[in-house]
Design a protein around this ligand. Structure first.
Ligand SMILES: Cc1cc2nc3c(=O)[nH]c(=O)nc-3n(C[C@H](O)[C@H](O)[C@H](O)COP(=O)(O)O)c2cc1C
Length: 358
């Protein structure tokens, strides 16, 4: 049992938010049902609605209410529910307010530094967590939140360079293997948080993410004083994941050499599967962007080579050759479909075995 401020999480496990549409109410609810933290991605969750192209923000806000309700019904009072909200989103404030209104248990925010997150969340019962990729980023956030809002993060997610989706590192550093090791970042973040734990008189649990594959990996980071892990890629190959089966099959069938680092219009590098879409985008073939969603602060529609929202929506719908398929570095090790229950049980059994052996 992990105490996070005044809430409890049964298992040391968070299912990471995966957009667009990969982790919605079904995946999050099933993860919660088995005692972990389930996360709904707030990146265009309304992509499947009929009114999405007409008014994407309204469609997304309606989908948020529906998906939160679905997750709560499936979880039957177990686990904790988080909203994953990207700082780079133009409608960041609206999404945070929607998360508060929907009464999620936690808000996890990355793809930029959520410096102003506490400003939009007055309810202290909602747990707030940034995603960071260095001790320095964590330091800056802790200092600003403490000074400007007299509030400290309730927990922290560290995303290392092996993660799927957007990465908080320079592309060249990722390609040349020069990124700081996850264990080193964990050590730095724990040191940064220590005086704040003293000041606020509570533990600030830290969860590590990126390439965590089995219970042995979880045990390694628990021994290094993490409170738990966040995992993304392994949850994609579950029956309950909200993506089209063709997206899941891409993960199951991929090889190590298919996994590449790409530039994203979000202004960050990302890890994805090499497919027809990536070959075209990498070639500098500019895709005409009609009906821009104006969804990212960091995207300039006149300069970008492709629309990341459309590419991610193609992917989740199963149009895999014309879509952007984000994956973690260990995706090639996933080779079969499973259920959320079987995956969580397997991870926890491996963890117990590993802890028992030491
Ligand atoms: C398909 C996919 C989409 C993702 N989308 C998001 C996202 O929208 N926001 C976010 O903060 N992280 C996103 N991530 C990162 C995950 O939440 C998670 O931290 C990461 O995948 C962990 O690494 P792993 O996949 O090796 O377990 C995404 C990852 C994947 C694989």
């Amino acid at each position: 049992m992990i105490k996070i401020n005044d809430r409890y999480l049964k298992l040391p496990l968070i299912q990471g938010g995966m957009g667009v549409g990969i982790s919605l109410g079904n995946l999050a609810g099933n993860v919660m049902k088995h005692g972990a933290m389930g996360t709904i991605s707030f990146a265009h969750p309304g992509y499947y609605r009929a009114d999405f192209l007409k008014n994407s923000l309204q469609a997304n806000l309606k989908a948020i209410a529906d998906e939160v309700k679905k997750a709560r019904e499936i979880s039957d009072g177990n686990g904790l529910l988080a909203a994953n909200i990207m700082v780079a989103s133009k409608d960041y404030k609206e999404y945070v307010e929607a998360a508060v209104k929907a009464k999620v248990d936690a808000i996890i925010s990355g793809a930029g530094l959520p410096l102003e997150l506490p400003k939009y969340v007055k309810d202290e019962k909602i747990l707030l967590a940034p995603i960071v990729s260095s001790g320095k980023a964590c330091e800056l956030l802790a200092r600003k939140w403490d000074r400007n809002y007299q509030r400290i993060m309730d927990f922290v997610v560290i995303e290392g360079s092996m993660a799927g989706g957007h990465l908080g590192f320079k592309k060249t550093d990722v390609l040349e293997g020069k990124c700081e090791d996850l264990s080193k970042i964990l050590k730095d973040v724990l040191a940064v948080l220590s005086p704040y734990e003293e000041k606020y008189q509570r533990k600030i649990p830290v969860f590590v993410a990126g390439g965590i594959f089995d219970g042995k990996d979880i045990a390694k980071y628990l021994k290094e004083q993490a409170s738990g892990v966040q995992m993304g890629t392994r949850f994609i190959a579950t029956y309950e994941c909200d993506a089209d089966q063709r997206f899941k099959d891409m993960i199951i069938d991929c090889q190590k050499e298919d996994i590449v680092i790409v530039n994203s219009p979000a202004g960050l590098p990302g890890r994805a599967l090499k497919n027809y879409f990536i070959l075209k985008a990498d070639n500098g073939t500019k895709v005409c962007i009609a009906n821009c969603f104006h969804c990212l602060k960091t995207c300039d529609p006149s300069a970008t080579y492709y629309c990341i929202s459309r590419a991610l929506i193609n992917a989740v719908k199963g149009n895999v050759s014309s879509g952007l398929i984000f994956v973690g570095e260990n995706a090639y090790r996933v080779n079969k479909m499973t259920s959320v229950e079987a995956l969580i049980n397997e991870l926890m059994e491996e963890l117990e075995k590993e802890i028992g052996a030491n």
